[in-house]
Design a protein around this ligand. Structure first.
Ligand SMILES: Nc1ncnc2c1ncn2[C@@H]1O[C@H](COP(=O)(O)OP(=O)(O)OP(=O)(O)O)[C@@H](O)[C@H]1O
Ligand code: SF4
Length: 268
């Protein structure tokens, strides 16, 4: 694309938070989406920058995948997921003609594109900008960091599942943050137990508590756990706001508590 945004596009953004995961499929994009909604429900103005080149799923999760992005003098105008314009989204998925296109790009092309993309969005005023990164720690992460650093990166939220904790993927993520000087806001354990769709009871399918243990071991903060909840996956599939639809669920309470902890950590 041809837009060249202004370096000042992030000036009105109070806090920038990266969402990282050691490997794919642990629910990083789901947690990013729900965290953004929970922050919005808590009265914050939130943005999501979806730089997951090979699987930009957030437009679908927020039910806005059919929307088109427009340009203004200072860059791309984000898409708003709500009529009050308190949840803004910019996804690399909006700019790719073919979603499979990016898979075959070489590293330097991806890096250049991400750098430009990060600078090119006219966010306006935001309390928090969440950046959904690809899984792992790649050149793309360094490109994101480099482009954001001119502004500031306030921290990272690490998403893991109980099984992934034992594979060492999260530890690599922790090392990445330490090496690049990004503050770890904390660890979220996703798919921690299964909520029965019939009786709402939460049972442990895999071992639980690994995220908390890992947080202790690495001196990180444990932000909370989110169960595997069929109502959450259905909401995500349909692009519905889970928090609005199920305010009495245990998953709702977990997500709101995690958002609260993230806000507290951002004030530390
Ligand atoms: N807590 C949860 N309860 C129910 N379903 C979930 C939960 N977390 C994630 N899922 C489902 O798991 C699938 C994978 O989630 P998601 O796309 O968020 O993973 P990801 O880590 O972002 O993957 P990738 O980085 O590879 O794109 C989705 O279908 C999502 O709906
Ligand atoms: S979790 Fe147990 S009690 Fe609940 S519906 Fe399933 S089998 Fe029945």
């Amino acid at each position: 694309w041809t837009v060249s945004g202004h370096e000042g596009n992030l000036r009105g953004v109070q806090r920038v938070v990266l969402v990282l995961s050691g490997k794919g499929g642990v629910g990083k994009s789901t947690i990013t989406t729900e965290l953004a909604l929970a922050l919005q429900h808590a009265g914050k103005k939130v943005g999501i920058l979806d730089v997951d080149l090979c699987g930009p799923s957030i437009p679908r999760m927020l039910g806005v995948s059919q929307q088109e992005v427009h340009q203004c003098d200072s860059g791309w105008v984000p898409v708003y997921a709500d009529p009050q314009q308190r949840l803004a989204l910019m996804s690399i998925g909006f700019l790719l003609d073919d979603p499979d296109e990016a898979v075959v790009w070489r590293g330097p092309k991806k890096t250049a594109l991400i750098g430009q993309f990060v600078r090119d969005v006219a966010w306006g005023e935001l309390d928090v900008l969440l950046v959904d990164t690809p899984p792992g720690t790649s050149d793309e992460h360094l490109a994101v960091l480099e482009s954001l650093r001119k502004h500031r990166v306030d921290g990272a939220v690490l998403v893991t599942t109980p099984q992934a904790v034992s594979t060492g993927d999260v530890r690599r993520e922790i090392t990445f943050c330490k090496k690049t000087g990004v503050k770890i806001l904390g660890i979220v354990e996703n798919m921690s137990g299964f909520v029965c769709p019939h009786c709402s009871e939460c049972s442990s399918v895999f071992s639980r508590g690994g995220g908390e243990e890992l947080a202790k071991l690495t001196g990180s903060v444990f932000l909370g756990s989110v169960p595997l909840d069929p109502l959450l996956s259905a909401s995500i599939e349909e692009g519905q706001d889970f928090l609005k639809a199920f305010p009495d669920s245990a998953t709702y309470s977990s997500l709101r508590a995690i958002a609260e902890s993230v806000l507290n950590r951002l004030q530390d």
